[in-house]
Design a protein around this ligand. Structure first.
Ligand code: SF4
Ligand code: SF4
Length: 105
């Protein structure tokens, strides 16, 4: 079981993400954030905030690269991606200027 206490299964974006952005448009709780594109460490993909995801699965349906998995169905080769999603929000950019960009006029 995940260390994060919750009722639903959080979802994880794997390294298969190609930054199309479709998942962001359907997430009901706005918990998917792109890594800053110019950032070498974080910029290759989008990330799901494990503390906010409600496990609805809407993002899985629209992802063109099948990059998103429920945490309990994550393929072995993508296990470390779960930690990476957590690290993005705990140590990395988190919601960074994604908020600023979306409110810019
Ligand atoms: S829809 Fe899939 S490929 Fe596009 S940003 Fe989301 S996870 Fe990445
Ligand atoms: S499972 Fe639902 S709440 Fe979680 S990231 Fe995907 S769309 Fe958002």
């Amino acid at each position: 079981m995940s260390e994060i206490s919750r009722k639903s299964v959080i979802h994880v974006i794997s390294s298969l993400c190609l930054r199309h952005g479709a998942c962001v448009t359907v997430c009901p709780v706005d918990c998917i954030v792109p890594g800053p594109e110019s950032d070498e460490r974080w910029g290759k993909q989008y990330y799901i905030d494990p503390y906010s995801c409600i496990g609805c699965g809407e993002c899985v349906i629209v992802c063109p690269t099948s990059a998103i998995f429920p945490e309990d169905a994550l393929p072995k080769e993508h296990q470390e991606d779960a930690d990476r999603n957590v690290e993005f929000f705990e140590e990395g950019p988190g919601y960074w200027n994604n908020d600023i960009e979306s409110t810019e006029e």
